[in-house]
Design a protein around this ligand. Structure first.
Ligand SMILES: Cc1cc(Cl)ccc1OCc1nc2ccc(F)cc2n1[C@H](C(=O)NC1CCCCC1)C1CCCCC1
Length: 233
């Protein structure tokens, strides 16, 4: 039986990531807002663009706190942010969707999202992902590390020094692996399942531009930041 122990240095790294993650969590209020009222497709689209714009800004702040990130080549820093922003958005959405809510609220939230204006064909992959994240019952350390690992994906388009990114991602993966063994001793495959979600996340990445342009309304307006991130307009 492997004796797994998180070293002092690994605990320190985890603390930095979790503190940054908690400091930069975008307000949970999007779920509350959606539960309060039913909005038109136009209002929902505006809500998404507002939430997404603020989430990208928050993501940049979180990323700056990842040890070593600011020492990377500057173009590579941009390439990593551009390459991971949509995945981080879906990961955040999944975590918001899976958070504990009073009875029946998750069902109302799901209904509101189904009727929000996103075209039907994207609902199944999106909710399959949300439910597979929910089933993992991740603790916040796992959520924070998974977000950092997603950002530090070496093979994003246009990344020049992939080895430098790997050198930052590997220690995160090692801490997460140990954390999973300690948190879920009965489930030796838990870490592998967690990483499998990142593969599912990439498929959602595929759909995102079409999800936006097919939103049931005319004249989709995007903020300049989202035009950069969302490959639209
Ligand atoms: C992230 C994303 C990308 C594309 Cl292309 C399309 C869609 C989408 O999010 C779907 C989605 N899944 C959700 C699950 C729970 C939840 F509370 C809100 C959710 N949303 C959208 C949202 O506000 N997401 C933000 C959440 C915080 C982080 C930044 C993003 C709302 C916008 C209003 C119309 C109902 C969907």
């Amino acid at each position: 039986k492997e004796k797994v122990e998180i070293t002092k240095a690994q605990r320190a790294l985890m603390k930095v990531i979790v503190d940054a993650y908690n400091r930069h969590k975008i307000p949970q209020d999007v779920a509350k807002k959606l539960l309060q009222d039913q909005y038109s497709a136009e209002e929902n689209f505006l809500l998404l663009t507002e939430m997404a714009t603020s989430q990208v800004q928050v993501l940049v702040e979180f990323t700056k706190n990842i040890p070593g990130f600011l020492s990377l080549n500057h173009e590579d820093q941009i390439a990593l942010l551009k390459g991971s922003a949509v995945e981080a958005m879906f990961l955040r959405s999944a975590q918001v969707f899976s958070q504990k809510m009073p009875n029946g609220h998750t069902e109302v939230l799901e209904e509101r999202i189904r009727k929000s204006g996103i075209s039907e064909e994207f609902m199944t992959p999106m909710f399959n992902f949300y439910k597979s994240i929910g089933e993992l019952h991740m603790i916040e350390e796992e959520q924070a590390l998974l977000t950092a690992i997603t950002i530090l994906t070496p093979d994003r388009p246009f990344v020049k020094d992939q080895q430098a990114v790997e050198r930052l991602q590997e220690p995160m993966l090692e801490v997460l692996r140990k954390l999973c063994v300690l948190q879920h001793p009965q489930e030796p495959q838990y870490f592998a399942r967690l990483l499998g979600r990142l593969t599912e996340l990439r498929t959602l990445n595929h759909y995102h531009a079409e999800m936006l342009t097919s939103w049931r309304m005319n004249d989709h307006k995007f903020t300049p930041l989202l035009c950069e991130i969302w490959d639209v307009q």
